[in-house]
Design a protein around this ligand. Structure first.
Ligand SMILES: NC(=O)c1ccc[n+]([C@@H]2O[C@H](COP(=O)([O-])OP(=O)(O)OC[C@H]3O[C@@H](n4cnc5c(N)ncnc54)[C@H](OP(=O)(O)O)[C@@H]3O)[C@@H](O)[C@H]2O)c1
Length: 273
């Protein structure tokens, strides 16, 4: 058993410090907004420093919280180590970690640029795993903390034409579920957040086979509602949750053929605008 202050409640965020990767847009920027509105101090990480600084200035003014920014390419080999050095040098401690930065590659694998495979694996897989294991031990020693790793509903079934992205989401889901169980008695709340199609710069110009896309505000609200539960993974939106469950119950050949047909249609729609 690890020490756990009797008062530790993951949803009590005021005065905690949250590190959010990929905070310059979309779901990450929304995490920054909602956590700051609940009194968290922030460490915002992404490559677009101007966007991070603009967001930081607006959140400081709106919510009177401390906001630090760090320009970092998390797909570079030593990025996670540099991030943890930055946190130490600034005299900060990470109470709440959101591994959100992600890279999406859409299209048939036969047309994929082989150089993109490094970026996808380093960002979507390695950085998530390395950040988690770098910041977890201090949380366990303190007997409290939160780690949310963003996977996606693609984690529940492979999507042809998004093969690398859904495979990386499956890694994040499996890794995070296992760590959630390992840490059930440590006071550290760990879970995977699985959004379905959501309106962000990543999905600009695309349409969803499920109809209207979810918004980043809905996705983050779903995540923050799950803080005090013990679930190892949380799917955003009822329809997304239904489809994610269905995927694991249908025969493999049926789900792959269906997914290929749907994704091919989505490709054609998004290419024609
Ligand atoms: N939108 C969806 O439908 C959907 C569905 C399922 C899962 N997700 C997941 O949700 C997460 C957030 O995506 P989003 O939809 O909010 O997309 P987004 O608006 O494009 O945000 C992606 C974020 O990741 C950052 N990023 C990208 N490459 C980076 C790198 N090499 N180093 C550091 N930061 C990097 C981007 O900032 P910079 O470009 O400034 O670095 C940006 O802040 C991703 O992990 C994505 O896979 C999204």
């Amino acid at each position: 058993m690890h020490p756990q202050p009797p008062s530790f409640k993951p949803s009590v965020i005021t005065g905690q410090t949250a590190l959010i990767t990929g905070a310059s847009s979309g779901i990450g920027a929304e995490f920054a907004e909602q956590l700051a509105s609940r009194g968290a101090n922030l460490i915002l990480v992404a490559r677009s420093i101007e966007k991070l600084e603009a967001l930081a200035a607006s959140l400081r003014e709106k919510y009177q919280v401390e906001v630090h920014t760090e320009k970092l390419d998390l797909s570079s080999p030593d990025a996670s180590k540099r991030l943890s050095q930055f946190v130490t040098e600034q005299g900060l401690q990470v109470d709440f970690l959101v591994n959100n930065a992600g890279f999406s590659s859409i299209g048939p694998a036969v047309e994929m640029d082989p150089d993109d495979t490094d970026e996808l694996v380093n960002l979507n897989v390695k950085a998530v795993m390395e950040n988690t294991v770098r910041f977890l031990p201090a949380m366990v020693s303190r007997g409290g903390g939160v780690i949310i790793n963003i996977a996606g509903t693609g984690a529940f079934q492979p999507a042809p034409y998004m093969a690398g992205r859904t495979a990386s989401a499956a890694f994040v889901l499996s890794f995070t579920q296992a760590l959630s169980a390992e840490n059930a008695d440590t006071g550290v709340r760990i879970f995977a957040l699985c959004p379905g199609p959501t309106e962000t710069p990543m999905t600009a110009g695309q349409s969803s086979p499920l109809g209207k896309m979810r918004t980043p505000a809905q996705v983050v609200t779903t995540a923050l509602k799950a803080l005090d539960s013990r679930k190892a993974s949380v799917v955003d939106g009822r329809l997304n949750a239904f489809v994610a469950r269905l995927g694991s119950r249908l025969p493999e050949s049926m789900i792959l053929t269906l997914a290929a047909r749907i994704m091919r249609g989505t490709q054609i729609q998004s290419h024609s605008g």
